[in-house]
Design a protein around this ligand. Structure first.
Ligand code: HEC
Ligand SMILES: [Cu+2]
Length: 331
């Protein structure tokens, strides 16, 4: 008994979770899940009928074993005629089943890619090898507020994502919230999403994009609109004035690639680090955000994420410690 329970548990734990199509937390994921459930039920019913028919046929054959060999073919012919009368019913069921599935699929598709007239918020998400640039349209100024590797969504509001790519094709996929949509260089794909359930989710690049494709995750937080607005206002604020050894090291060794708004650093080759320590993960979900992991990443990014576009910058241990300390303070 306990072994059977364990099997059932192992089969079902995959269904709930922060990266699951079977645990929808938004309208678009809900539409996809309903389509999936309907398809499962229809196909499950057909499978059951077919399996029962096969069982019946085997049973008949077993009951009549030896009869046909004696040359008494009547029984077989009678059964054949009965089965022939069933054919229109079988064909009708197939046509009906397919029609239901095609219609449901058509409407699910429309629900998935419907665009609203006036979304509450506009967010630009750009795929890079192997991280995500995320920019929010500032409701106050109309400008863009830049962060990386983390997407915050106001609960219950429709957000328009403008998806693009800087280098190769990537694909945006946060299964608890919405279906996949490719991110293609030179093109902008629009996706309206409405997240309903607050919490943290995990997105994942869904188009193979090179060596570290597996380490291209996106942390997604759905939160009540007031909390979201407070978070966005904090993201919009520049970092405090840069002072101390860490800031100096950053200005010489890192600023060519990274921006920290409010300081002179304005590089755009890598993620914006203005509030880097406020993020949940480092390097697109590769590490959790801690002071120790920050320093580890800065000293040996190529060991942690081989092939990443961030080079190992030669720093003395004291300088690495100072710059990690500086970044850890950027909440
Ligand atoms: C040649 C450009 C380049 C230089 C120089 C560079 N970086 Fe990076 N950095 C990147 C890129 C690109 C990424 C994204 C890597 C990835 O996730 O695959 C990155 C990622 C990071 C991240 C993780 C950000 C996040 O959102 O998770 C931190 C922190 C970071 N760099 C700090 C530094 C520091 C400190 C220095 C200087 C010692 C530095 N970088 C030098 C390009 C650079
Ligand atoms: Cu990718």
């Amino acid at each position: 008994m306990s072994a059977r329970l364990l099997v059932a548990y192992l089969l079902l734990i995959g269904c709930a979770g922060t990266q699951s199509t079977l645990d929808p937390g938004g309208d678009q994921a809900g539409a996809l899940f309903s389509l999936f459930a309907l398809t499962m039920w229809v196909c499950g019913a057909i499978y059951t009928v077919v399996a029962a028919g096969l069982g019946w046929a085997l049973w008949q054959a077993w009951r009549r074993r030896g009869v046909d060999a004696r040359g008494d073919g009547d029984v077989t012919h009678r059964t054949d005629r009965r089965l022939t009368r069933l054919l229109p019913f079988v064909a009708g069921t197939i046509v009906l089943g397919l029609t239901v599935l095609i219609t449901a699929s058509f409407f699910a598709d429309r629900a998935l890619f419907a665009t609203r007239a006036a979304p509450a918020l506009e967010v630009r998400v750009t795929g890079h090898q192997w991280w995500w640039r995320v920019e929010y349209r500032d409701p106050a100024s109309g400008g863009w507020i830049e962060t990386a590797n983390e997407l915050h969504l106001p609960q219950g509001q429709t957000v328009r994502l403008a998806l693009g790519a800087a280098d190769v094709i990537h694909s945006f996929w946060v299964p608890n919230v919405a279906g996949k949509l490719d991110m293609i260089p030179g093109r902008t794909n629009l996706l309206d999403i409405t997240a309903r359930r607050a919490g943290w989710y995990r997105g994942q690049c869904a188009e193979f994009c090179g060596m570290q494709h597996a380490h291209m995750a996106l942390a997604v937080k759905v939160e009540p609109p007031a909390a979201f607005r407070a978070w966005l206002a904090a993201q919009a604020a520049p970092a405090g004035a840069a002072a101390g050894r860490g800031a100096m090291v950053f200005a010489t060794a890192c600023a060519a690639c990274h921006a920290i708004r409010g300081t002179g650093a304005g590089g755009r080759a890598g993620p914006d680090l203005t509030h880097v320590a406020g993020r949940r993960t480092l390097a697109a979900g590769t590490l959790t955000m801690t002071r120790g992991n920050l320093q580890g990443w800065i000293t040996q990014p190529q060991a942690i994420k081989p092939g990443t576009s961030m080079p190992a910058v030669p720093l003395t241990p004291a300088d690495a410690d100072a710059v990690a300390g500086y970044l850890a303070g950027l909440q």
